[in-house]
Design a protein around this ligand. Sequence first.
Ligand SMILES: [Zn+2]
Length: 395
Amino acid sequence: MKKSIPIIVISIIAVLIVAYFIFNYTVEKITEREVKRITQGEIDKATGSEIGRLTKEITDKILGGGTTDQALKEVNCDNIPTQRKFSNSPYYSGPLIDDHLHMPFTFKVSPEIYAQADWDAPILEVEVLAGNIICDFDKEKTSNAFGFYVVPSLLKGQTVQLIKQVEQQYPGRIIPFLMPAHVSGFDLGADDAEDVLDSNKGLFKGFGEIAFYKGSYKGVSPDDPALLEIYKIADKYNLIVMIHPDDGQKQAIEKVLQENPNVKFLFHGDQAEIWIIDILNKYPNAYYSVDSNLFDIPNEYTIANIYGPEKEEFISELRDNFDKILKINLDIWKPRIEKYPDRFLWGTDRAWDWHFDPEVGALLEEMSRSFIGQLDPAVQEKFAYQNAERMIAER
Ligand SMILES: [Zn+2]
């Protein structure tokens, strides 16, 4: 009898180990099969009823689920201010609000699933720590940022958990915007969005970025009925709407601005640049973000831009062409910003893993402050942070 107890215990453990491996193997197989099924051609065809078939188990395995229930990882910030590499003068040294920051994913995602959005985002608290983003902000004297958090419809409960944790630990530093996944079947519909907003009252201050040039939004018009519903929700919950229009969408954008006079719309991107002055002139609820353009020469495809290559290449090419890039962008943007000083906002468009590197942050900061320093002194603070602050306050 005494001898049989350890034998029973050992047998149970052995059975459990075998069961564990069988379970994992099965889930892996299901995952592989499901990933294959929804990828590429299939993903475009995914319909509501098909999506309903994805059980929570499969969703979690494919998307990985929320990243953590634990506290945010501790970061020891050395708080050493960034060092300038150039000596442009006058130089803006006041506060900054980054109005265009893509936050790392708060969930794990299979690259196959996210291929449609063509978006290689890092994972928060795994590849990029919230504490390090805030540490970079402190070094750069960036007070806060409009932070675009992707919330896939199927994970809307789990992903918000980490967003709340960031807000609790660093209140007001990342101003949360609710961003759709840009992947068919995973985008927040009006009902999903309302669900998230109702269960997290006051957390989100904006909706977007909605990028009409990519992923599941490619070919969709900004005045599509489903989106008109989203703007109604933005009005109801006092959200700024951030849109990157595609080519040929000016008319639809005008309709959207006219029909939603109480909603503030923030635009960016080359496709909007060509008509933005006309739109700012006609619609008081339109704003424009000047961000990644500042680190590149427009229509010049040899010098690396922020979405180009590797970190090292970007750094060395931005440094080698610093004054040239600065001058070209001042020629383009200074007259526009000074003509509509209350309607342009500064940003970076950071999104990828290496964009959160302190060396990259310091260079983006230096280019931005050199640029802002050359604007009319009466306009500098408006562009650098006050317009962003006002947009949030006057929602
Ligand atoms: Zn963006």
